[in-house]
Design a protein around this ligand. Structure first.
Ligand SMILES: Cc1ncc(COP(=O)(O)O)c(C=O)c1O
Length: 402
């Protein structure tokens, strides 16, 4: 007997059963919305393909100095491979040095390291909200912020994407609380209106949480992020980030006060109940931080590449909405339409990432093109030509008039 059959076969009156939900997934999504084919089954790229599906924005995943430092640390690790939670980590040595450098870089008194951006947001919301805390989250903000709020026992309230009037109405009617937004939105590539958000939160006494996953390393001098670029770092209560994007690693962080950092390590679920980053990961992050600060040309190239691609796509008739970053959405509509657009792009050697519910609203599926620092001008031209070609052939997906 297969394990998954057990609950339905043995289901008593009150036994929860996932069998129905599982069947619905196969019937409604795989067979229905995706027409029998898995939505993520596209072509396999080859040597000539243009790859725009990675979050390695600064093209650091194969940086020789970073790889060498991690490899050396792995080979030399000896007893340091002991695996424990963040709570049990000694806050000295290389770990402490990295925390100090991150804090100085980000203009923050302290930083806590987490296993991922997901853990950073879950852990933070768990520490700052409770069932009586109003938590207001931008409707397009990352799922980890929602999950963190639910985890704290709060009932998060959505405000329409970047709609500060609506946020203000909610605060006026339900009282001050936590406001959580992304700096750069991971599906739309647009920015939050940070100066106005800071003003609003200060006016009403709200705590502002800013997820800088897609802006850290990319925006601001030395890649310090959006808040620092706008001179607002000290006015945002907590900045969080996944280091799985520009850092091309597996980790996350939260900026906070030194007093809060100790509280977080002793109180958040991920810090207590899940194993912490390993010594060789700390070494890798330290090397990566140095490269991110030093090699500003990567940010400049990324910015130029993204601007060229956005301009070319807009000139070809694509409606990119408020996108102003290295994340460029080609809006499709239904999941099948997004698959159709993905297939058409892949047939022309262009590989983006397909985004679909629950990562987008219903009928808001899209193909996301993530620009990086190492893509060439010739490759950008190929992407624009392919999209223009698609439009000329009558493929209206993603076009302004669509
Ligand atoms: C805005 C944002 N926050 C948090 C996360 C979660 O980060 P991680 O993949 O490191 O768990 C992501 C990743 O997709 C993200 O895009």
């Amino acid at each position: 007997m297969h394990g998954e059959q057990a609950p339905s076969q043995h289901a008593g009156g009150n036994t929860p059963s996932y069998a129905k939900r599982m069947e619905q997934y196969y019937e409604k999504r795989v067979a229905g919305a995706w027409n029998g084919r898995h939505i993520l089954q596209g072509r396999v790229p080859d040597q000539t393909s243009v790859l725009l599906m990675s979050n390695d924005y600064l093209s650091l995943s194969n940086h020789p100095r970073i790889l060498r430092s991690q490899a050396d640390a792995l080979l030399a690790q000896g007893r340091s491979a002991i695996i424990t939670s963040e709570l049990h980590q000694r806050q000295d040595g290389p770990r402490q040095r990295l925390l100090g450098r991150l804090a100085e870089w980000l203009h923050s008194e302290a930083v806590v390291l987490c296993q991922s951006g997901w853990c950073a947001n879950i852990g933070l919301l768990q520490c700052i909200a409770d069932p009586d805390t109003p938590v207001y989250i931008d409707a397009a903000a990352h799922e980890s912020l929602w999950e963190g709020a639910r985890h704290s026992g709060a009932s998060p309230r959505a405000f329409a994407h970047n709609a500060l009037d609506e946020l203000e109405d909610l605060i006026v009617s339900s009282g001050p609380g936590v406001v959580a937004v992304d700096a750069v939105y991971s599906t739309y590539g647009d920015l939050c209106p940070l100066p106005q958000l800071v003003e609003l939160c200060e006016h009403y006494g709200c705590v502002l949480v800013l997820d800088e996953s897609h802006s850290l390393g990319v925006f601001g001098a030395q890649g310090k992020g959006l808040a620092a670029e706008l001179g607002l770092a000290e006015r945002v209560h907590f900045r969080t980030a996944s280091l799985g994007k520009a850092f091309a690693a597996r980790a996350g962080l939260v900026t906070c006060s030194a007093r809060f950092a100790e509280y977080f390590r002793a109180s958040s679920g991920p810090a207590i109940f899940s194993s912490a980053l390993l010594a060789h990961e700390i070494v890798r992050l330290t090397a990566t931080l140095a490269v991110i600060r030093e090699e500003g040309w990567r940010r400049e190239r990324l910015g130029r590449n993204a601007a060229t691609l956005r301009a070319g796509l807009r000139a070809a008739g694509y409606d990119l909405g408020g996108c102003s970053s290295h994340i460029i959405p080609l809006y499709a509509g239904t999941e099948l339409q997004a698959m159709e657009l993905r297939d058409a792009l892949e047939a022309r050697g262009i590989f983006g990432a397909i985004f679909f519910p629950p990562a987008t609203p219903p009928d808001g599926a899209l193909v996301r093109l993530s620009v990086n620092a190492s893509i060439t001008q010739e490759q950008i031209r190929r992407v624009i030509d392919a999209c223009r070609d698609l439009a000329a052939q009558g493929n209206a997906l993603g076009l302004a008039a669509n």
